[in-house]
Design a protein around this ligand. Structure first.
Ligand code: ADE
Length: 226
């Protein structure tokens, strides 16, 4: 999978892809994340990529021209499955969407900044708009990192134990059950006996019951989804 992220702040995105699972994914050649500095497509030598909004009001808007030039160039190089704009008014991101999109190959992800991007780029280029939650971030970069992480870890071969993504919270509309590691007794709190029993089938049942109970208590809304 290849994810080309267009941003005015590439530095902000360097770290999330240089560690741990996403770093391994890139070293194995399974996930390639490219950070593209929008200022390389600025309208002048001063690096201008944004301007005041028509009609007045606070906040700058990313201009059409640099974004169009940048996307046009990328699209001459390969076919993209989607041109995604990260925005609080997009479709809410969830595990189901991550699963579906993890089967695709190439994405362009546009990070908005300030007041966002010119509406005409959304009309002409953007094929999918994604929100990572009902709150406003100061830019799309952290949202793009969330998107790339959620998809990247699903690619076959990225996680060591391939089954572990399948037992994540949300994968079957249930939250994950509690987990424990050594010691068996910590400040009087003991690991449930069943987990020490070595009885695989019973452990599986216990985990399912715990997951169901946790979901009922914390996120009953998930149980009503099909
Ligand atoms: N950009 C700013 N806020 C955002 C959000 N909640 N989701 C996606 N992109 C954003």
């Amino acid at each position: 999978m290849r994810i080309d992220i267009i941003t005015v702040l590439p530095e902000l995105l360097e770290s999330p892809f240089s560690h741990s699972i996403l770093k391994r994914a890139s070293q194995k050649g399974l996930l390639q994340v490219n950070l593209i500095n929008l200022r390389d497509y600025a309208i002048n030598k001063y690096g201008t990529v944004d301007d005041y909004q028509y009609g007045g009001g606070a906040g700058m808007v990313l201009m059409c021209e640099p974004l169009a030039k940048c996307i046009d160039k990328l699209e001459t190089e390969r076919d993209y499955d989607d041109v995604i704009y990260m925005t609080p008014d997009g479709t809410p991101f969830n595990q189901k969407m991550a699963n579906t999109l993890s089967l695709k190959q190439n994405f362009i992800v546009i990070c908005g900044h300030y007041k966002g991007i010119d509406e005409r780029i959304r009309q002409l280029y953007v094929t999918r708009e994604i929100s990572i939650g009902d709150y406003v971030l100061s830019g799309g970069e952290l949202a793009a990192a969330v998107f790339a992480d959620a998809l990247g870890r699903l690619l076959p071969g990225v996680l060591n134990d391939e089954t572990s993504a399948l037992s994540d919270s949300f994968q079957d509309s249930l939250l994950a059950p509690p987990v424990y590691t050594r010691p068996e007794n910590f400040r009087g709190l003991k690991v449930p006996d069943i987990l020490l029993s070595g009885h695989e089938a019973k452990i599986k049942d216990w985990r399912y019951e715990q997951a169901l109970e946790r979901t009922k208590q914390r996120r009953p809304d998930l149980l009503n989804e099909e």
